[in-house]
Design a protein around this ligand. Structure first.
Ligand SMILES: C[S@@+](CC[C@H](N)C(=O)[O-])C[C@H]1O[C@@H](n2cnc3c(N)ncnc32)[C@H](O)[C@@H]1O
Length: 264
């Protein structure tokens, strides 16, 4: 397993260096977000910003429906790949909690990215608000409360058993009540909010939960003594298996929050 999420610091987590493997190996992230484009329902000539666009799969899909698009992502490697894949489209490197746009957009779209923007979620919402025209739409999906609960419990226990401090998790998994309150306080009217389980086959993780941690929790492994990592991950697998390993293979315990809100 060579995919890695690298973090420059404990407070800024983003995907770097994974962009080329990302499309092929973790394509389910994009595949499962397809209904979100239907919810966005992009119209011909609309201006749509894709926040946390990754390699631009959805940016391109939204463009193919006739919208003008801009993809923003915190990872230069992702943006490099997006520009190479979709040379006619606009992509820039930018942080969710620190971006501005020159002209307002009709809609902001975001798939599987807002939960990584955990540092200042209200600032992300404020920036999206500022990027939209009045009446503009904010349509997004992120991990919701309880996302990966069994995975995270296994990690916590394994870390504790190895005498390590509780892992400082890089994600923000809000409840529907919490996130709709943040949206309303940020100047949005919430039109739709869905909160649902989405068990997801971990076809790309032959070594199960251990592989998942290697990819999505890589920053948590940084700085650990080299000889501890493999036994630690073996223990994560043992602890997670009763909840996540089925006869057909490993299944991630994903919980999603999907919403459509309108800028007041
Ligand atoms: C799981 S990927 C989803 C990519 C894309 N939206 C998709 O569905 O294929 C999450 C993306 O969020 C980006 N990201 C993480 N933290 C970010 C931040 N603070 N600001 C902007 N982008 C960020 C990562 O670089 C990564 O490309």
């Amino acid at each position: 397993m060579v995919l890695r999420y690298e973090a420059p610091s404990m407070t800024r987590w983003t995907a770097r260096g994974v962009s080329s493997a990302y499309d092929s190996s973790f394509g389910y992230v994009s595949a499962q977000g397809a209904p979100l484009v239907e919810l966005l329902d992009p119209q011909h000539g609309e201006r749509v910003l894709d926040l946390g666009c990754g390699t631009g799969v959805f940016t391109s899909e939204i463009h193919s429906r006739g919208a003008e698009v801009l993809g923003i992502d915190g990872s230069a490697a992702m943006i490099e790949k997006a520009l190479a894949q979709y040379p006619g489209l606009d992509f820039i490197v930018g942080e969710g909690d620190d971006f501005t746009v020159a002209r307002p957009f009709d809609a902001v779209f975001s798939n599987a990215a807002l939960h990584w923007m955990s540092r200042e979620p209200d600032m992300v919402i404020a920036n999206v608000h500022a990027a939209l025209r009045p009446g503009g739409r904010f349509v997004a999906e992120l991990g919701g409360a309880g996302n990966c609960a069994a995975m995270i419990a296994a990690m916590s226990t394994a870390w504790r058993e190895h005498g390590l401090p509780e892992p400082e998790l890089p994600w923000f998994f809000p409840s529907p009540a919490e996130y709709s309150t943040r949206l309303e306080q940020g100047g949005f009217a919430v039109r739709l909010l869905e909160y649902f389980d989405r068990p997801t086959p971990m076809d790309e993780c032959p070594d199960g939960a251990a592989d998942w941690v290697r990819v999505f929790g890589a920053p948590l492994l940084e700085g650990l003594p080299g000889d501890i990592v493999e036994p630690l991950l073996r223990r994560v697998n043992e602890l997670a298996a009763p909840a996540l390993r089925r006869e057909t293979g490993w299944m991630a315990d994903y919980v999603r929050l999907r919403f459509a809100a309108v800028r007041r």
